[in-house]
Write a protein that binds this ligand. Structure first.
Ligand SMILES: NC(=O)c1ccc[n+]([C@@H]2O[C@H](COP(=O)([O-])OP(=O)(O)OC[C@H]3O[C@@H](n4cnc5c(N)ncnc54)[C@H](O)[C@@H]3O)[C@@H](O)[C@H]2O)c1
Ligand SMILES: [Zn+2]
Length: 382
């Protein structure tokens, strides 16, 4: 696994790309580039052309994102000689179904797309997951270009190749691992993201800091607002996105298929976080908000089972609050619903859980000592 970063001003045959900040993710023989910067959508066609010598593609987007960016994306692709077909789905989690994936495939067939075509996902994590899944199954797999438009998708879901579909019984139970051929993170698109959606991305960023980067944790504590409308903060935001991609891809490279426990570290805060999301019927909390609460619970458990100091727990809670994330459950929220939802977790075996704990900020490990009672206690304290 190697991560290469570059910001070069040299003009050469690949001049456009060389002026863009980028990170390359390498997984065994596979390697893909993540381009990060302002105004990348304007040069999208030329950027994609440097990586894919194909003609036809589907742009998959949702009904909130498409009106904002799809016209420019289509025009830029067409001017670089591509023939794009735009397919839009309803915004939100309810679109991540096999039925929806099948309907997209039908539209792609009707548009004459074949195994020489490729798929572009233009949207947040929902679009990233469904477009990646479609790319994985269409003609048994065609290339996927990710254009994440939420902070969460840039720092998390667009990296790692997981594509999850929901079923009646739970989230992300069906999917495929299908890595993108190219990821394009245009920080300009974040300007239209509602503030609450923007902030939820910081829950994953803070999670990355806790499990793997003490320095980033300290830097976030003194960071000024990252809100993209704040002038002069774009470069700080770009480096932050890049650093998070590096942390996630390094972990994924060690354990691509989630087999040795390394990739599981990325689930820090998620056992309780997912249960809270489910208990709120996926409406009350955004994923990052539920994760924030899950991180607080994981800290309480880490104090008991991994020797985390209460001071460090307080620093973590303080940082989550700094980014306007919840750290206490609303008073009237029925905690029993969370405990009920925990039963759906795949990780529960005979009352014991594979639970990710942090002994100190910047490190994490899997513990087998955590009991359901520990979790109940942590939830009761939230
Ligand atoms: N595959 C993975 O590894 C992985 C990792 C983490 C999360 N996920 C998945 O990601 C999903 C959550 O992602 P998300 O938080 O990006 O949700 P999302 O895709 O639902 O986007 C959130 C909302 O913001 C809107 N939006 C997106 N970009 C916008 C923009 N630039 N301006 C204005 N509005 C915009 C969307 O239309 C949507 O309504 C979940 O389904 C989760 O399971 C996958
Ligand atoms: Zn998450």
């Amino acid at each position: 696994m190697a991560i290469h970063s570059a910001r070069s001003e040299t003009l050469g045959p690949d001049a456009i790309e060389e002026r863009v900040s980028s990170t390359a993710v390498s997984l065994g023989k596979r390697r893909y580039r993540v381009l990060i910067g302002e105004g990348l959508l304007k040069q999208l066609g030329a950027l994609v052309r440097q990586h894919l010598h194909r003609k036809t593609c589907a742009i998959i987007s949702d009904k909130r994102v498409a009106p904002l960016f799809a016209k420019h994306v289509k025009e830029s692709l067409a001017s670089a000689g591509f023939r794009p077909t735009l397919i839009t789905i309803a915004a939100g989690e309810k679109s991540k179904t096999l039925e929806q994936a099948g309907a997209i495939c039908d539209q792609m067939i009707a548009a004459g797309l074949d195994r020489q075509s490729f798929v572009i996902g233009l949207g947040g994590g929902v679009v990233g997951d469904i477009s990646g899944f479609v790319a994985a199954i269409y003609h048994r797999g065609i290339p996927h270009v990710q254009i994440p438009t939420t902070l969460l998708a840039m720092v998390d879901s667009s990296i790692g190749g997981k594509t999850g579909m929901n079923t009646r019984d739970g989230k992300n139970l069906i999917g495929a691992i299908h890595h993108p051929s190219l990821v394009i993170d245009d920080t300009d698109v974040l300007k239209t993201l509602p503030r609450r959606e923007f902030n939820q991305g910081f829950a994953e960023i803070i999670k990355h800091a806790i499990i793997g980067d003490r320095k980033m944790f300290e830097a976030l504590k003194v960071a000024r607002a990252f809100w993209p409308a704040a002038a002069g903060e774009t470069h700080a935001l770009e480096s932050l996105i890049k650093r998070n991609i590096e942390i996630k891809s390094k972990i994924v490279a060690k354990d691509e298929r989630d087999q040795i426990g390394e990739r599981a570290l990325l689930n820090f805060g998620h056992t309780v976080g997912h249960a809270i999301e489910r208990a709120g019927d996926y409406r009350r909390f955004l994923h990052g908000e539920a994760l924030s609460l899950g991180i607080v619970a994981a800290c309480a458990i880490s104090i008991k089972r991994a020797g985390l100091s209460p001071d460090q727990r307080d620093a973590i809670v303080g940082l989550l609050r700094q980014f306007e994330l919840p750290t206490r459950l609303p008073k009237n929220f029925r905690r029993e619903k969370i405990l009920g939802a925990l039963k759906f977790d795949k990780k529960f075996k005979g009352g014991k859980v594979r639970f990710v704990v942090t002994p100190k900020i910047g490190s994490a490990k899997l513990s087998r000592d955590v009991t359901l009672d520990d979790i109940h206690e942590a939830v009761a304290q939230l």
